[in-house]
Ligand binder design. Structure first.
Ligand code: FAD
Length: 412
């Protein structure tokens, strides 16, 4: 069996960033990544792929180019976590021993949990989903082909990554349909299992206004349970009463239910919901002090985004380094997360907030407005920031925020 000072499981946004930091610090042979996939995607750009603004290839990097050269890549799935003996076993039958472990396995898409959905996505070109590399490129064709009628967008009844993304693609589609004239003969409906537009009241209210202004029908606490692609019908459940109803569709964008990967769910490291239990401030595991978590797979109560991962990366890096030296944990995560809510092909509401949905905006302007400048940031700056993060060179915008707010009060 192999043995490492640090083992990182998963090489997505969070795992790559942590491995980069520690492999340069600890040197060759000390850090390993367990990751089965050949492809690393910047998923945060997939709204732009679905909207036809960037190509899927522009969001892709070979996994080999993401994993630091000083880090060993165990190209396999982690299957069993044994924190009492500090080992992780893999599908290929290897036992990997660690002194310290960072779990960064993200979320698993569960299209199969909705009856008829997987078949529907195969056979109906007007049934689309931005959430998977397999489907995301079809979205723009369906938006362009839509000839009017019922357009439906969904958000499921599970925690998901980027809870803003299910509505961003709706705003992009709506602005296309307005331009090409089909909006006049269409009904646009947003069926969300949430009770609000977004977890932060400031932006939730603004987004309510965006929907009202554009005549988008919003149904809260409404969850997709079945798709019948032959009849072009969807079945939704009203979560408060349990009653179901049939919704015909001519276009539908589905956000699938999600959970943590099965291997983590069945480990001793998680809560009843299957999420890695960590201290929400230090990101250290609640029972195993040599285990940390980062990203979508943890139970940290803040919306799951790459922006959150960036801030968490700085916290995990410092706190894990302290634990390695036998010191105490000093850094506390504030819950920072961000959701660039693209509202058209040239506007964006840049939602940034901390625990409890308290706004924490980087720029010295009111970000609760649709702005062209923030669209530019989303399109040109954030993809670069993501790449810096995976190299371990970015831990969130706090320093930028401090500079902008030095001597500058908030302006309209
Ligand atoms: P991931 O990046 O998903 O990586 C998880 C990794 O773990 C994967 O490489 C996977 O192969 C690996 N893995 C899984 N199981 C195992 C196992 N058993 N063993 C080993 N490895 C395993 N974020 C934003 O900040 N802004 C946005 O605008 C935004 N928009 C989004 C739009 C869409 C459509 C989507 C899908 C996501 C969006 N996000 C956005 C969210 C962002 O992509 C995620 O929050 C981020 O990627 C989470 O990073 P992570 O490291 O936790 O998980």
């Amino acid at each position: 069996s192999k043995s490492y000072q640090l083992v990182v499981v998963g090489s997505g946004a969070g795992g790559a960033a942590i491995a980069a930091r520690f492999s340069s610090k600890l040197g060759k042979g000390k850090v390993a990544i367990i990751e089965p996939s050949d492809a690393h995607y910047n998923q945060a750009m997939w709204t732009l792929v679905g909207g036809g603004i960037v190509k899927l290839e522009d969001t892709y990097r070979p996994m080999a180019s993401i994993i630091p050269s000083t880090c060993d890549w165990i190209k396999d799935r982690a299957t069993t976590f044994k924190p009492d003996t500090c080992t992780v076993s893999t599908q290929g039958g290897e036992e990997i021993k660690y002194e310290y472990l960072v779990v960064a396995v993200g979320l698993q898409l569960r299209y199969e949990d909705i009856k008829g959905l997987t078949e529907g996505l195969e056979m109906d070109p007007m049934l689309v989903s931005n959430y998977s590399a397999k489907y995301v490129t079809r979205t723009i064709n369906a938006i362009d082909k839509f000839k009017g009628g019922q357009a439906v967008f969904t958000l499921p009844n599970t925690p998901i990554k980027c809870p803003g993304a299910p509505q961003k693609i709706m705003y992009l589609a709506e602005s296309k349909w307005k331009k090409n004239g089909v909006k006049k003969s269409s009904t646009i409906t947003y069926n969300t299992a949430m009770g609000v537009m977004l977890g932060a009241p400031k932006y939730a209210e603004v987004l309510r206004g965006v929907c009202e202004k554009r005549g988008i029908q919003v149904n809260f606490k409404t969850n997709l349970v079945e798709v019948n692609p032959e009849k072009k019908e969807a079945v939704f459940m009203k979560l408060e009463t349990g009653e179901t109803y049939v919704q015909p569709y001519d276009f539908m964008h589905v956000t699938p239910p999600m959970s943590t990967p099965t291997e983590l769910k069945s480990s001793p490291l998680v809560n009843a919901g299957g999420f890695l239990t960590v201290d929400k401030y230090t990101l250290q595991h609640s029972q195993y002090p040599n285990v940390f978590g980062i990203g979508d797979c943890t139970d940290v109560p803040t919306p799951k985004t790459a922006a959150a991962v960036a801030s968490q990366c700085g916290i995990v890096a410092e706190n894990l380094a302290a634990v390695m030296k036998g010191g105490t944990l000093t850094r506390k995560y504030d819950g920072y997360t961000a959701c660039p809510l693209v509202t058209s092909y040239n506007t964006c509401i840049m939602a940034e907030f901390a625990f409890e949905g308290v706004p924490m905006e980087t720029f010295p302007i009111d970000q609760g407005k649709e702005r062209q400048s923030m669209y530019w940031v989303k399109l040109h700056i954030l993809p670069r920031v993501y790449n810096l993060m995976t190299k371990g060179w970015w831990s969130g915008p706090a320093p930028v925020r401090k500079i902008f707010h030095l001597g500058l009060s908030k302006q309209e």
